[in-house]
Design a protein around this ligand. Structure first.
Ligand SMILES: Nc1nc2c(ncn2[C@@H]2O[C@H](COP(=O)(O)OP(=O)(O)OP(=O)(O)O)[C@@H](O)[C@H]2O)c(=O)[nH]1
Ligand SMILES: [Mg+2]
Length: 146
C-alpha cells in the first residue's frame, strides 16, 4: 500500500529534473540571460537589478519549473582560468546553452576556440547544444545608426 501511495504521489507531484549548463566567454551575458529567464518564468521572482550583475567567480544556479519539468541552470564563470572548470560539469548536464557576445568581433575567434574545445569533450556526446548570439539589441541600434 505504501509503495502504491508513494508511487502515486511521485507520479502526481515529482518533477523530472534536467541540468542545463550556460557557458561562454566572460562578458557574453550568461548571468544576465539566466536572471532574465528567472524573471520571466518564476512567479513572484523579483530578481536583482541587471546592472548590478558582476562577473561570476564560480557558479550561479537557477531553478525554473515548467509544467512537470524542473530545469536547473548552471551558469559558470567564463573567464579564461575558470573555463578549466567547465568540463567538471559536462557529465551531469542534459543540455548546454553556449552564449556569444555577438557585438564583440574581437573575441569571436576566442569564443570559437572555447566552443570547439567544449564540443570535443566525449562527456558532451549526444548532449543538445543551443548557441545563443546574445546582445542582438546592440546590433539593432548599430544598424539603425548606420
Ligand atoms: N546590451 C546588452 N547588454 C547585455 C546583454 N546581456 C548582457 N549584457 C551586458 O553584458 C555585460 C556582461 O554580462 P554578464 O551577464 O555578467 O556576463 P557573463 O557571461 O555572465 O560574464 P562572466 O560571469 O564573467 O562569465 C553586462 O554589462 C550586461 O549588462 C544583452 O542582451 N544586451
Ligand atoms: Mg556571469
Amino acid at each position: 500500500m505504501y509503495t502504491l501511495l508513494s508511487g502515486l504521489y511521485k507520479y502526481m507531484f515529482q518533477k523530472d529534473e534536467y541540468c542545463i549548463l550556460i557557458l561562454g566567454l566572460d562578458n557574453a551575458g550568461k548571468t544576465t540571460f539566466l536572471e532574465q529567464t528567472k524573471i520571466r518564468f518564476c512567479r513572484n521572482y523579483k530578481g536583482m537589478s541587471l546592472n548590478k550583475i558582476t562577473t561570476t567567480v564560480g557558479l550561479n544556479i537557477g531553478t525554473i519549473d515548467v509544467g512537470k519539468v524542473r530545469l536547473m541552470f548552471w551558469d559558470l564563470g567564463g573567464q579564461e582560468e575558470l573555463q578549466a572548470l567547465w568540463d567538471k560539469y559536462y557529465a551531469e548536464s542534459h543540455g548546454v546553452i553556449y552564449v556569444i557576445d555577438s557585438t564583440d568581433e574581437m573575441r569571436l575567434s576566442e569564443s570559437k576556440h572555447a566552443f570547439e574545445k567544449m564540443i570535443s569533450s566525449e562527456a558532451l556526446e549526444g548532449v543538445p547544444i543551443l548557441v545563443l548570439a546574445n546582445k542582438q539589441d546592440v546590433e539593432v541600434i548599430c544598424e539603425i545608426l548606420l
